[in-house]
Write a protein that binds this ligand. Structure first.
Ligand SMILES: NC(=O)c1ccc[n+]([C@@H]2O[C@H](COP(=O)([O-])OP(=O)(O)OC[C@H]3O[C@@H](n4cnc5c(N)ncnc54)[C@H](O)[C@@H]3O)[C@@H](O)[C@H]2O)c1
Ligand SMILES: [Zn+2]
Length: 363
């Protein structure tokens, strides 16, 4: 079992990564202090695949009550939080209860925020079931929901007590969802892991087919990176910002297409290509490196095309990004594969030109 420790301000917690770990959930959870009751929060779809195994594992600790909710992005809102809190109250949850969240990023973000708020905070364990959730969203304590005015606008930093990532559960994930997570893997490689980048160039096909040797190695490497980064900068005051590589353009593409055209990772895939191009233009990244990044991203799968977005609209979305100040955009750019830096003042027109280039590449 690979185990990593996140050093959060509220105390350390473990991230376990191993094939078959869900079957040993009982043993893993018995390390947590006494709990009055256990609640499994999940979605009907995820529960259908993996719920029974988890319920069986939990039984060794304490029989769990299940509460299922809609995990579509449209349902990631305050209403869901209220409904879940009320369901917990009706079921008699108290401050010593434990929430176990089984699902992708939506389940984890909503259940995490519920755990942060219910009775002013109850303990939570994450069992992430998508690639994105295993290597990113379940680690680091960011939780929250969307408002009509914007994504993830209401939330809290609320670290879990334990994260258990079992690569086996990714088997049932639709291919498009799995590939969406692979763009985040490429992000990890570009921001700090040249060896991972080489590996991806060599073994992308094995990874796409979820060959255990490739998948488990990559997962462990990305999890280790995320654990190290959030341990050093939990509140995103500096270092953690490098995880936004590819996300400034990615978020703008998602918002400009009303979150319907791209999965998050797909928008990040385009964002990585655009950021590599901007990195070249601003003189930081050798062209050959940008070309390798571009090729690797395109090998993952077919990205939905980038439509022509009116300049005004695109500019508005780029500038409303939390990282924009005064017509200049704060961006993470690459110096070489495996090394990035944060540039506080990238001119808007350079970014817009790069996004225009993506529409051409889509044809
Ligand atoms: N908190 C963070 O740090 C952070 C980081 C990245 C993303 N996020 C959030 O995560 C969300 C996206 O999460 P996601 O990419 O994990 O997708 P998701 O949670 O939207 O899940 C995608 C789909 O896959 C299904 N699914 C999940 N696991 C499955 C499995 N093992 N087998 C079959 N189907 C399965 C879900 O039911 C859903 O239909 C976004 O809301 C995003 O804002 C948060
Ligand atoms: Zn992301």
């Amino acid at each position: 079992m690979k185990q990593f420790t996140v050093h959060a301000q509220s105390g350390p917690y473990a991230v376990c990564c191993q094939r078959g770990a869900l079957a040993r959930l009982g043993a893993l959870l018995s390390t947590l202090e006494e709990k009055s009751s256990v609640f499994l929060l999940s979605s009907p779809r995820v529960f259908r695949y993996w719920g029974r195994a988890v319920i069986a594992g939990l039984r060794e600790v304490k029989p769990a009550q299940r509460i299922l909710f809609d995990d579509r992005e449209e349902a990631k809102n305050l209403r869901a939080v209220e409904q879940l809190c009320r369901a917990l109250a009706r079921a008699g949850a108290d401050r010593r209860s434990l929430i176990v969240a089984l699902g992708g990023g939506v389940v984890g973000d909503v259940a995490g925020f519920v755990a942060a708020s219910y009775a002013r905070g109850v303990r939570i364990v994450h069992l992430p079931t998508t690639l994105v959730a295993q290597l990113d969203s379940a680690i680091g304590g960011k939780t929250g929901v969307n408002l009509p005015e914007g994504k993830n606008l209401v939330g809290a930093f609320y670290p879990p007590r334990l994260v258990v990532a079992d690569p086996q559960v990714l088997r049932t994930l639709p291919t498009r969802q799995f590939c969406s997570g692979l763009y985040e893997v490429i992000k990890y490689a570009v921001i700090g892991d040249e060896m991972l980048f080489h590996f991806l160039e060599r073994a992308l096909e094995d990874l796409r087919r979820q060959k255990p040797a490739a998948l488990d190695w990559v997962l462990e490497r990305c999890i280790r990176a995320k654990v190290e980064i959030v341990s050093r900068d939990e509140r995103e005051s500096g270092l953690r910002q490098i995880l936004n590589f590819g996300h400034t353009v990615g978020h703008a593409l998602e918002a400009a297409t009303n979150y319907r055209r791209f999965l998050h990772g797909e928008a990040v895939g385009w964002g990585i290509i655009a950021s590599a191009r901007i990195s070249v233009e601003i003189g930081k990244l050798p062209t050959a490196h940008a070309e390798r990044i571009h090729r690797l991203v395109r090998r993952v799968g077919k990205l939905p095309a980038v439509p022509a977005i009116p300049t005004r609209k695109l500019a508005a979305h780029l500038l409303t990004d939390k990282k924009a100040v005064g017509g200049k955009i704060r961006m993470v750019l690459a110096r070489q594969i495996g090394q990035v830096e944060i540039l506080p003042e990238v001119p808007l027109e350079v970014v817009i030109r790069a996004v225009r280039g993506l529409s051409e590449k889509s044809q």
